[in-house]
Design a protein around this ligand. Structure first.
Ligand code: 4AD
Ligand code: MG
Length: 433
């Protein structure tokens, strides 16, 4: 017996009309007295298949039993057909039903909550399939970006003994007889790693007990971080710009079809792929907010989402904002020498309301200052002795940043909610499936 060679729907469409063997799931079905039409889907695309009663009554009877999401193998003649959704149609000559699906719980026009409850099924939707492909590109681009620039991949523990981004969002976990915390960032360990490997990066799961129910926060997300010895803030922000631009270029290169399914404005992405991104100081951002938009933001206050959105709207491209007030920044963000009220740090803000996608800084070398700032946050500096010790063994200027993978996927895909940028989202109120 010769084995049947199956190809994907995309491969079938790209080949000349011919006999094809396909396997997949029933995406849509429509029955009349003379024909059964099914739209078959697989990982690559969808295609209309038609089963004609007059040509094969037995096959027609079998096809009538098909329900949405039933799994099938079909063989038939592929023809161009303007009336079919993808411009092609398969006239089916053979069919094997692998499983008849139960009535599918997701029908058209479902509430978002029902879709999240059925996430295990909804990830097969055309929308999520497209998002997950864009995510695949984004993740691949990040690895490619850093590896091609000589960065080593370096892993840090997920169980960590202390906080690094504020105690309020720590997840505490039982650890044998002790407690530990789930990683809020790879950074502190990366600051040890650079003394061995120089320039390093990582992408890993990151946890924050975010109590706010926004469309931009997850409790579990993936952060792509980098850290480099000898690097200053000026050099750091240029790396961030190059990384963002490279990701946009890769998405445009690999995901035209997905962007179309997602109805993403490709012209905008093409603009981001070419444009220069401005760098401004926090103080200049306030001038824009207060003069152009009459927002009255006093110096010393962190920018809220609506304020970040205005800044990015003003420039219409990703913007780097540096030198936020030291007082409201994390303990490791150093005061600038010229003006200690300003920290050597930055955020990258994406346009179209997507806001902060990257946060980073030069790293403080001032152990006493860091201890004071930790104490002011109610932390015991004693838990950070190993970290401070790094400043005693050949300390050098160094910098790094973290990029929110889902934030970038959300922006690339033009998604309203960050929950759709990850297969199985975790938020304060979303724990399953
Ligand atoms: O700005 P953050 O908190 O920076 C740090 O954690 C640094 N230690 C990173 C570093 O310098 N190595 O977080 C970095 C990015 C944010 O800009 C945002 O894109 C994303 O991580 N992020 C979140 N994404 C989804 N849900 C959340 N709850 C997020 N919190 C941060
Ligand atoms: Mg931040």
């Amino acid at each position: 017996m010769t084995e049947i060679k199956y190809i994907t729907i995309e491969e079938a469409i790209n080949k000349k009309p011919q006999t094809v063997n396909l396997r997949g799931w029933v995406y849509r079905e429509r029955k009349s007295n003379k024909f059964v039409f099914i739209v078959l889907r697989d990982e690559s695309d969808i295609i209309q298949c038609v089963i004609s009663k007059s040509k094969n009554a037995e096959l027609f009877e079998k096809a009538e039993k098909l329900t949405i999401e039933s799994s099938v193998k079909v063989s038939g003649e592929l023809k161009e057909d303007d009336r079919a959704p993808s411009g092609f149609e398969v006239s089916v000559t053979e069919m094997e039903i692998v499983q008849i699906a139960n009535p599918f719980p997701i029908t058209e026009h479902q509430s978002p909550e029902l879709l999240y409850d059925n996430r295990h099924l909804w990830i097969r939707s055309r929308k999520l399939n497209a998002v997950l492909k864009v995510r695949h590109t984004v993740v691949g681009a990040i690895h490619q970006f850093f590896r091609s620039r000589g960065y080593y991949e370096f892993d840090a523990p997920i169980f960590q003994p202390s906080q690094s981004e504020g105690g309020a969002t720590l997840f505490e976990v039982k650890y044998f007889e002790d407690v530990m915390y789930l990683s809020q960032t790879w950074q502190l360990y990366a600051e040890a790693g650079i003394f061995s490997l120089g320039k390093i990066y990582n992408m890993g799961p990151t946890f924050r007990a975010e109590k706010s129910k926004t469309s931009r926060h997850l409790a579990e997300f993936w952060m792509a971080e980098m850290e480099a010895a000898w690097m200053t803030l000026d050099e750091l922000t240029e790396v961030a710009k190059d990384e963002i631009r490279f990701i946009v270029q890769e998405v445009l290169k690999h995901n035209k079809k997905e962007l179309e399914i997602l109805e993403r404005d490709v012209k905008l992405l093409e603009h981001y792929a070419e444009a220069e991104y401005p760098t401004i100081k926090y103080a200049e951002a306030l001038e824009i907010l207060n003069n152009k938009y009459q927002m009255n933001v006093p110096w010393g206050k962190d920018l809220r989402t609506m304020e970040e959105a205005k800044i990015a709207e003003h420039f219409k491209v990703p913007v780097i904002v540096t030198h936020y007030p030291t007082e409201i920044m994390g303990f490791y963000k150093p005061p600038s020498e010229e003006n200690p009220k300003e920290a050597l740090c930055f955020d990258a803000l994406a346009p179209e309301g997507y806001c902060e996608i990257i946060g980073g800084s030069q790293r403080s070398l001032l152990v006493d200052d860091m201890k004071k700032r930790l104490e002011a946050d109610g932390e015991d500096p004693g838990n950070y002795e190993w970290y401070f010790a790094l400043r005693n063994y050949g300390s050098v200027p160094h910098s790094g940043y973290g990029l929110g993978v889902e934030r970038v996927v959300q922006w690339m895909c033009g998604l309203d909610n960050i929950k759709d940028a990850i297969p199985f989202p975790r938020t304060m109120i979303r724990k399953s499936p």
